[in-house]
Write a protein that binds this ligand. Structure first.
Ligand code: ADP
Ligand code: MG
Length: 472
């Protein structure tokens, strides 16, 4: 079984690399290996919603990843973890029945299961928001040039007791690790302290709540309950997927805003680039206040590090890092707040393990892998165009030209696709850099390649190779 657990760890690592950090954390991180025998791998997830979502979108990929690690695996099935504790559910399992306690990675120790499964709050149509993290407050949020506006807007809303919503919705937009979730939690906690009823939902919780309510035929109550709150906070709305879900999101948004309830949402892209949402919903989102948090500048990075170090010192009084170390780390790690936090943890681990003070040299060693692994190479659109052109035997100016022969169109679309996935540039910006094309042309290219990739293994390999060449 140890062998199986190791193989599963490798499969997970591969999946993470293949689908990317965002998709992985949203959908696949909670997969656990429940059993592996006779070429059949069973995996478990905590909710029925995740099960059906993964089955609909990721099952093939999970199977092929398994096969690349363990060629004997011929089938993969997904189970719901709670169902493992429900004896009757075991009989309904698709796999040859196995004793529930034989599952090594079911997460929690198995409790005696009650004969009648109790419906969860969600199944009764109640809305259970995700808990707010008490450490993510306005006090612990460091303000700088790139996030001042977002912070001010969030705080005004959180402390607004006029009874009228302010800029509704507030839409926070920023790349990963730039403080969206921190601000949302801070706003939620502050508003709660002010006596307001707050619900904080991530995209998958929003979807799960809705699906559960539908199944329990209480979607009426679902909407009613949402109308009974003062502030709805929705994190990572870019992950709301599927037509019904997006429609429901639109309805919820409209209902709340029309009823004068405050809404705050966060996403990793501007509203007009939430490509799968209906135009009406996008414009509603754009109709409040849209604030972007841009990359953390060096001062802000120093500020966040200093704040983090102070928090760590409170728990580990002997731990010290000099101003020189702080300034070195702030210069070495430019990506985001998450990596800064990782760096502080490494400094602490290093200091605790070696029992020596942090110096510039030890700091360098401690964060080395973080700098090397996390700092993605900055890929330039120009390099993408050159590489793709040479690979397909056309010139870069062909790619930028108006020519529409197949020999040019395909590499052009691939180059546009790579520009979208490998650089932070927006669709309009990419359009400009491809001979002044419209953003809808870029969007069309991106979708076309995305679609082709899922059915065409050769193309998929080719694109993967191009990606590696650009990133190495
Ligand atoms: P996002 O949701 O945008 O991906 P998070 O809010 O999760 O980012 O931030 C990642 C980490 O960086 C968190 O630990 C957060 O507390 C920290 N962080 C980001 N910005 C700031 C800031 N301005 N002040 C303090 N901590 C920050
Ligand atoms: Mg977040």
């Amino acid at each position: 079984m140890e062998e199986a657990a190791r193989a599963w760890a490798r499969v997970k690592r591969r999946l993470r690399a293949e689908v990317g950090e965002d998709v992985f954390t949203s959908w696949l991180a909670r997969l656990e290996l429940a059993g592996l025998d006779e070429g059949h791998a069973s995996l478990s997830v905590p909710t029925r919603f995740l099960k059906s979502w993964i089955e609909a979108h990721y099952l093939d990929r999970i199977l092929s990843t398994f096969q690349s690690e363990l060629p004997a695996v011929a089938a993969v099935s997904i189970l719901v973890r709670n169902a493992l504790r429900d004896p009757s559910a075991v009989l309904r399992r698709p796999a040859p029945a196995r004793a529930p306690e034989a599952s090594p990675a079911a997460g929690e120790p198995s409790r005696p299961s009650s004969p009648v499964p109790q419906p969860s709050g969600e199944e009764r149509g109640e809305i259970t928001g995700a808990p707010l993290d008490a450490r993510l407050t306005f006090e612990s949020f460091v303000v700088g040039r790139s996030n001042a506006l977002a912070q001010a807007a969030a705080e005004r809303i959180a402390r607004n007791d006029s009874g009228c919503a302010l800029y509704n919705p507030l839409y926070l937009q920023a790349g990963v690790g730039l403080g969206k979730t921190h601000l949302l939690h801070a706003a939620g906690s502050a508003a709660r302290l002010g006596g307001r009823r707050v619900i904080y939902l991530t995209a998958d919780r929003f979807m799960y709540n809705f699906v559960a309510a539908l199944k329990a035929q209480t979607s009426h109550t679902f909407k009613e309950r949402l109308r009974g709150i003062d502030l709805l906070i929705l994190d990572d709305v870019q992950f709301i997927q599927g037509k019904t879900m997006q429609q429901e999101f639109g309805h919820t948004l409209n209902a709340l805003i029309d009823a004068g309830r405050q809404v705050i949402v966060a996403a990793d892209r501007p509203p007009n680039e939430l490509e799968s949402l209906e135009e009406r919903v996008r414009s509603r989102l754009a109709g409040g206040l849209v604030v972007e948090i841009s990359a953390l500048d060096e001062d802000l990075r120093v500020g966040i590090l200093t704040q983090r170090l102070a928090a760590v010192r409170a728990a580990h009084p002997g731990f010290e890092a000099s101003a020189a170390v702080v300034s070195y780390v702030a210069r070495a790690i430019t990506t985001n707040g998450r990596d800064l936090e990782g760096a502080v943890n490494r400094l602490l681990a290093h200091a605790t393990l070696t029992g020596s003070a942090v110096t510039l040299e030890t700091a360098e060693v401690a964060i080395r892998d973080l700098v090397r692994n996390r700092e993605p190479k900055r890929v330039r659109i120009e390099d993408i165009q050159k590489l793709v052109a040479s690979r397909y035997n056309v010139s870069r100016s062909d790619i930028l030209s108006e020519r529409r022969t197949a020999a040019v169109v395909k590499p052009r679309q691939i180059a546009m696709y790579l520009s979208k996935v490998l650089t932070p540039r927006s669709l309009p910006e990419i359009g400009r850099r491809f001979g002044g094309r419209d953003h809808t042309t870029v969007l069309h290219a991106v979708r076309k390649i995305e679609k082709a990739l899922s059915g065409d293994a050769t193309l998929s390999e080719e694109v993967e190779l191009l990606k590696r060449m650009l990133q190495d």
